[in-house]
Design a protein around this ligand. Structure first.
Ligand SMILES: [Zn+2]
Length: 108
């Protein structure tokens, strides 16, 4: 039975190497992310929460005629909604803005 031990050991080593590879890959992936200022991050979360509670508010301070901006390739349903002015299509590139004010023609 002791003949198997080296094989087992090498399998464990191989797995450890794989794990190390995966870990270093993950670390590299994390480090390549842009640094997020934690305060900025927090205030963004609070801002989003407020929007969820109160609904979107135009920078010019009104809540009517505001539609969500939808990113990504739109479905037929979304095309229809966009035609009737219920949403604005933001294109495939994900943008910073989540809403569009139809009165002031601005996204925010
Ligand atoms: Zn507005």
């Amino acid at each position: 039975m002791s003949n198997f031990e080296p094989i087992v050991a090498s399998i464990v080593q191989l797995n450890m190497k794989n794990l190390l590879f995966i870990f270093s890959f993950l670390i590299l992936a994390c480090e390549s992310q842009p640094n997020v200022d934690s305060d900025d991050f927090k205030s963004n979360i609070i801002h989003d929460l407020m929007e969820d509670i109160k609904g979107p508010i135009c920078p010019k301070n009104h809540k009517d005629s505001i539609v969500p901006i939808v990113y990504g390739y739109p479905s037929e349903e979304l095309f229809a909604k966009s035609d009737s002015g219920l949403v604005v299509l933001g294109g495939c590139e994900l943008g910073e803005e989540n809403y569009f004010c139809k009165i002031h023609k601005i996204s925010f």
